[in-house]
Design a protein around this ligand. Structure first.
Ligand SMILES: Nc1ncnc2c1ncn2[C@@H]1O[C@H](COP(=O)(O)OP(=O)(O)OP(=O)(O)O)[C@@H](O)[C@H]1O
Ligand SMILES: N[C@@H](CCO)C(=O)O
Length: 361
């Protein structure tokens, strides 16, 4: 515990947003990008009791601030529930008296920019820090995977940069441990009674990652429609089985993608080919009007500066990788959505570092 001499401990946790898949890398590839969720944490060790549930007060500013989408009850809020999961796995039932978490969240919710992945990663880091726990990032990744079960967004948000993620084959008893329903992993939601039971701990080494190089000339243009697509819904529309030729199609492209995006100068034709997908985007068109037209008609031959275009994560955000003419590229994609009566905002983003803890005095 590092306090300021008056028993007050202050630190911030900064976690980037992320774009998963980048075309063919469904549930594998993640790219951390430069919009940051920040938790400003204060622990007042001079207090001996707290009037707040679980000794934690949450305040929030940012996306969905006035919509009530992000609960301020620490037993319901995703970030603090995840932190409590980590604490309870280490026999700490609540936050230290008295914890204040101010959440500053500019990551759009439910748009395919990894808002939930960032919340889960920030939550495990919060549990580690307030609990004074000796957990390295690889172990924190295990905890994240008990909550968000595809590793691409959380791998990028935790480790930063352009990553490939993969899961270790588990023993049958470890498989049983990761298949426990989320409600049993995360502590009881608001109003629930603390039974005092220890939640199921993650097996060791569930997930792994590898960092790929990223060509610095490449920027990510995110075109963010005004509507949300919950990831769970965007996964429900995917088939249980795929034709063999579609799987082969994606395998061929995923073999190209990390090389194509790492080499300088970037080769637009190679990147465009490497970003094609047949495993998720076509099925998600039903949820994202305009997606099919955008993916089919935007290419480096029709759009100067463009390298490739894909759905960001589960959508609805579109990610265009480009080296110039960002505004023209964004405007063209916005036009497609406009025809469907959908408004968008757009941003130029860059690859970001992973989650950091910054001490404040
Ligand atoms: N900072 C946050 N604090 C608390 N809850 C959050 C926060 N960010 C996201 N969430 C929760 O996660 C939900 C969005 O998760 P969802 O997986 O549907 O989309 P996403 O993570 O933004 O997109 P994708 O997974 O496709 O990149 C929000 O509705 C909210 O419940
Ligand atoms: N790989 C995930 C990312 C979204 O969180 C998906 O496409 O469903």
């Amino acid at each position: 515990m590092e306090t300021n001499g008056q028993g007050i401990e202050k630190f911030s946790i900064r976690t980037p947003c992320s774009s998963a898949n980048i075309g063919p890398g469904f549930d594998v590839i993640g790219l951390a990008l430069s919009i940051y969720l920040e938790l400003q944490v204060t622990v007042d060790h001079t207090k001996t009791s707290s009037e707040h549930p679980l000794n934690c007060r949450i305040t929030y500013e940012g996306q969905g601030e006035n919509s009530g989408e992000v609960p301020l009850d620490p037993a319901s809020n995703l970030i603090t529930r995840v932190a409590l999961y980590v604490l309870r796995c280490h026999d700490q039932r609540a936050f230290p008296v008295e914890t204040h978490v101010h959440i500053v969240n500019p990551i759009p919710l439910g748009r395919g920019l990894g808002s939930s992945g960032a919340a889960v990663v920030a939550g495990v880091m919060l549990g580690k820090e307030v609990g004074g726990l000796d957990l390295d990032n690889d172990r924190l990744f295990d905890f994240c995977l008990m909550i968000e079960r595809h590793p691409d967004n959380i791998g990028a948000a935790l480790f930063g940069g352009f990553v490939g993620t993969y899961l270790k084959p588990l023993s049958p008893e470890d498989v049983a441990r990761v298949e426990i329903p989320l409600a049993e992993v995360l502590p009881a939601p608001a109003g629930g009674v603390d039974t005092g039971e220890r939640p199921p701990e993650p097996p060791y080494g569930i997930g792994h990652h590898i960092k790929f190089p990223w060509c610095r000339q490449i920027k990510a243009v995110a075109i963010i429609p005004e509507f949300q697509v919950p990831t769970a819904k965007a996964r429900e529309v995917l088939p249980a089985n795929y034709p063999r030729q579609d799987v082969t199609f994606n395998l061929q492209r995923i073999a190209l993608l990390p090389v194509a995006l790492g080499q300088s100068p970037p080769d637009p034709e190679l990147i465009y080919l490497a970003m094609q997908d047949k495993l998720h985007q076509q099925y998600r068109q039903t949820l994202i009007p305009g997606l099919g037209d955008i993916v089919e008609s935007m290419s480096p031959s029709t759009q100067e500066g463009l390298l490739g275009v894909c759905l960001s994560g589960a959508g609805p955000t579109i990610l265009a990788l480009a080296t110039s003419n960002y505004e023209q590229i964004a405007d063209r994609i916005i036009e497609f959505f406009k025809k469907e009566g959908i408004r968008c905002q757009w941003l130029i983003l860059e690859p970001a570092e992973g989650t950091k803890v910054i001490r404040r005095d």
